[in-house]
Design a protein around this ligand. Structure first.
Ligand SMILES: NC(=O)c1ccc[n+]([C@@H]2O[C@H](COP(=O)([O-])OP(=O)(O)OC[C@H]3O[C@@H](n4cnc5c(N)ncnc54)[C@H](OP(=O)(O)O)[C@@H]3O)[C@@H](O)[C@H]2O)c1
Length: 298
């Protein structure tokens, strides 16, 4: 664990929260600040960044926030961000909160379907860049924000995108499933280095991303459930930080790794059932292929 002593003698641990200037990421950052952490918020918009830093500072009662601009849908930009943060030394906590689900099919700047890029490849690239910084601060944690959309995933990883028409929930669920498989694999890899790797399901919440969803995100078979889903995404955002915050800070989780923390902030095995050794193997091959297609970003 690294402790950073400020000029005023205050000691704190360092966290990075991606997509930290709004939605679940901002609520997670505010919770960390209240618990004494220094928090770097990563997002695209400078104005929102400044406003979020002011809120983090206010929550901490001191200067605890910092904004770093990056478009995490670009793997090249994500890699540059990782290199910059890695150059700053030990990191106690990485919260890979960035993610998104859209009705229409979009592509990232490298031509990869956007929800795969944002929910899996971008946090993959950032995490790999920061492994040594996290190990230098051990015991440290990585928290990957997951989603119950996994239950709607097509578990086929032969092609870049799932077969058939584009349904936002299914495509995002598949990307989140891939990242959960990576999370569990990484947990085993990093255990000897003292870095815990956890997933956190925030549950549904009324964020900007949720507000733009239409019934067309759903495969036809799930459309009768649209009203129920809409009710879920009208839930207060602050409550959705419970899972990520518990995964990041709960002392009861010390020494534990490879777990999913559910919306209530407690260990919840529901999503683990979707990850098998065969699936993990095909996700590993699929990820390597996608990264090769994207090329090593310059
Ligand atoms: N909301 C839900 O119901 C729900 C349910 C289950 C799981 N989740 C998961 O929870 C996480 C957060 O979701 P959310 O609903 O809070 O999302 P959100 O509303 O899109 O989050 C907004 C934040 O994301 C930043 N952001 C968006 N695109 C970005 C990009 N390309 N690069 C960098 N920052 C970006 C925004 O800042 P800028 O616009 O300035 O970049 C802002 O800080 C995601 O992983 C999501 O899958 C959400």
């Amino acid at each position: 664990m690294t402790e950073h002593v400020s000029k005023t003698g205050h000691t704190s641990k360092k966290a990075v929260v991606t997509a930290g200037t709004g939605g679940i990421g901002l609520e997670t950052a505010l919770g960390l600040a209240r618990q004494g952490w220094d928090v770097t918020l990563v997002a695209r918009d400078e104005g929102r960044g400044e406003a979020a830093v002011a809120r983090v500072d206010e929550a901490a009662g001191r200067r605890a926030g910092r904004f770093v601009r990056a478009d995490l849908s670009s793997l090249a930009e994500t890699r540059r961000l990782g290199e910059r943060l890695a150059g700053e030394g030990g990191l106690d906590l990485l919260v890979n909160n960035v993610g998104g689900m859209w009705t229409d099919r979009r592509e990232n700047p490298e031509g990869i379907e956007a929800s795969i890029a944002l929910n899996h490849l971008s946090p993959y690239v950032l995490t790999e860049e920061l492994l040594d910084a996290l190990a230098a601060a051990a015991p440290s944690r990585i928290v990957n924000v997951t989603s119950s959309a996994i239950a709607a995933a097509q578990t086929v990883f032969e092609e870049a995108e799932p077969p058939g028409p584009h349904y936002g929930l299914a495509v995002t669920g598949r990307a989140k499933l891939a990242h959960l498989a990576y999370t569990l694999e990484l947990a085993g890899r990093l255990e000897p280095r003292g870095v815990a790797v956890l997933a956190a399901d925030p549950g549904a919440a009324a964020t900007d991303n949720a507000a733009q969803m239409t019934i067309d995100i759903l495969p036809p078979a799930l459309r009768p459930h649209w009203e129920q889903i809409q009710q879920g995404v009208s839930a207060p955002v602050v409550a959705a930080a419970t899972g990520p915050l518990a995964a990041a800070t709960d002392p009861a989780l010390e020494g534990r790794t490879g777990l999913v923390v559910g919306p209530a902030g407690t260990v919840d095995d529901t999503l683990l059932a979707f990850v098998t050794p065969e699936l993990t193997e095909s996700v590993r091959t699929w990820t390597a292929k996608l990264m090769a297609t994207a090329g090593r970003p310059s």
